[in-house]
Design a protein around this ligand. Structure first.
Ligand SMILES: [Zn+2]
Length: 232
């Protein structure tokens, strides 16, 4: 069985219908996953097909986008990007390079229509992963930092409603990956100590990274951050 199949999409910007490729569920099992959820696959990477690009108007989006654009947003897209769009079809199999183009288009579209920080953070994080697959560490770190800033904005914007262990964990983990262990510990500690958090997978992951950072501090003979001095 072919891993890819075609799915029909209606563009949320111009209303045209077009075909985009998707990966069959049986091919979606990753062979391994990094600590920030970057996944690796044997045959096809389903993440390459998350972005749908309308071949007619160029609007690129994911399922997480608000599925309705008002006239003002459509106009903003046309003014900033749409007018320069040259017909191009991303509906078939995608190389990593093409997947990168699709994610960057989706990022520009999200910014043009003022999508939520949560959507923008996810796109930035995915772009960082694509650079990780390519082993382009400088670019990966650049986009991890953009993603981190966006996740923090999500946290600050949604603080009231929040019991989002995964978001807190990710903010900690991106800090850790960007060489800011003291900052990372603050976020992991929140997941570990906040009694309202019940997501056991995220609590376990936070404890593991917390312990790994502690071990590093001890090995380097550095003073432990305040959060670590009273034990986990
Ligand atoms: Zn369109």
């Amino acid at each position: 069985m072919e891993p890819l199949y075609q799915s029909k999409i209606t563009c949320i910007c111009c209303g045209s219908t077009f075909l985009t490729s998707r990966v069959r569920p049986s091919f979606k099992r990753p062979v391994r996953t990094d600590s920030d959820f970057c996944a690796y696959f044997d045959a096809v990477n389903p993440d390459f097909y998350v972005v749908r690009v309308c071949p007619y108007c160029g609007f690129a989006s994911t399922e997480n986008f608000n599925q309705h654009l008002n006239d003002k947003q459509k106009y903003a897209y046309l003014e900033k990007l749409g007018r320069q769009w040259k017909a191009r079809n991303y509906g078939g199999a995608r190389t990593l390079e093409e997947a990168m183009e699709c994610y960057k288009l989706a990022l520009l579209c999200a910014q043009a229509v003022n999508e939520s920080d949560r959507v923008i953070a996810g796109l930035l994080h995915h772009i960082a992963w694509l650079y990780r697959y390519e082993e382009k560490k400088d670019q990966e770190d650049r986009f991890l930092q953009f993603a981190l800033d966006a996740y923090v904005r999500v946290y600050e914007g949604e603080r009231e409603s929040l019991n989002n262990a995964r978001l807190l964990y990710l903010i900690g983990e991106l800090n850790r990956r960007l060489g800011k262990p003291r900052e990372a510990v603050r976020w992991f500690s929140r997941v570990i100590h906040d009694k309202s958090i019940t997501d056991s997978a995220m609590i376990r992951a936070s404890r593991e990274q917390w312990a790994a950072i502690r071990e590093e501090f001890v090995q380097k003979g550095q003073e432990l951050p305040e959060e670590m001095q009273s034990g986990a």
